[in-house]
Design a protein around this ligand. Sequence first.
Ligand code: GLY
Length: 360
Amino acid sequence: MRTVQVPLGKRSYRILIGGGLLARLGTECKKLSLGAGCAVITDRNVGPRFAKVALASLKAAGFDPVLITVPAGETAKSLKTVQSCYDQLATHRLERKSFIVALGGGVVGDLAGFVAATYLRGVAFVQVPTTLLSQVDSSVGGKVGVNLKAGKNLVGAFHQPRLVLCDLDTLRSLPERELRAGLAEVIKYGIIYDARMFAWLEKQLPALLARDAKALAAAVARSCEIKADVVGQDETETGLRAILNFGHTIGHAIEAISGYGEYLHGEAISIGQIAAAKLSTAQLGLPERDSAGIAALFTAAGLPTRIKLSPVQRKKLFAAMQLDKKVSGGEITFVLAKKLGEVIWNQKVPQTEIERVLID
Ligand code: GLY
């Protein structure tokens, strides 16, 4: 098992990465001095696969867990589902010392984390991410929230988990498409922070796609180390943390205009990162061979690299970008790469340039 520490003073926590960890959930929670009452929030896809082991482990450690199952998919990340969770927590009399376990992918983690941040003005929570994307990104760093019709993650909070438990065995049954989508975030870390990791990914991609346990453990651990380092320096995104949004300005807008569901998050940010790499070449002089290498790695990972848009859709895409939280003073800003492993944030890019790279 590997351990990564998220250094946040009193709110510091560990990320545990390895096989067979789900069965240790109770033992690990026991170390956190939490109350006996807890709720495991999961969805209809993940629950039937993993809830039994999670509940048994919690019970064996002396906890009294209740299971809350929400619908699967991005549309469940709504205030309506939040309300239903609150009602169930109240019915089961969860108290201030009780805690919530988020068992599932990014949707469940963001939703359950938001419920934990707000129920009784905040209760503890533990992340048990079961997808590659949530293990390397959304379960770490405390961003929790839900979507509005107007945009993704527009209601939320910073609420750090007390523990993140990444059981790599859960990735074995992950649908192929979701594995590839998770790789989009893994590749992102190479681009924004670690050129050596990018080169390692170019070599190890076949092993990762074949779910080689050693390669996956290394990719998840390095991704979590980078995220922990960034979040440790800038928990609430006053600056540096924005680099984690590389490719997300266009990516989030693609998700918004396609109604959350057509593109997985990882697929949308794959298109977004390739566009951001092209913008980086035009605006900051990122060598052509690096932006071509970025596009080649996403292509090799089987991720979408471009989106065809009608004039009407293009207009909608720009309107969605304007609504994104990353807009500052009405201007759309981007994270752009100076070179592989080094990016800068808050870069204003003319709309004509954005249109050019999207058509390119
Ligand atoms: N996923 C971006 C962040 O956690 O800041």
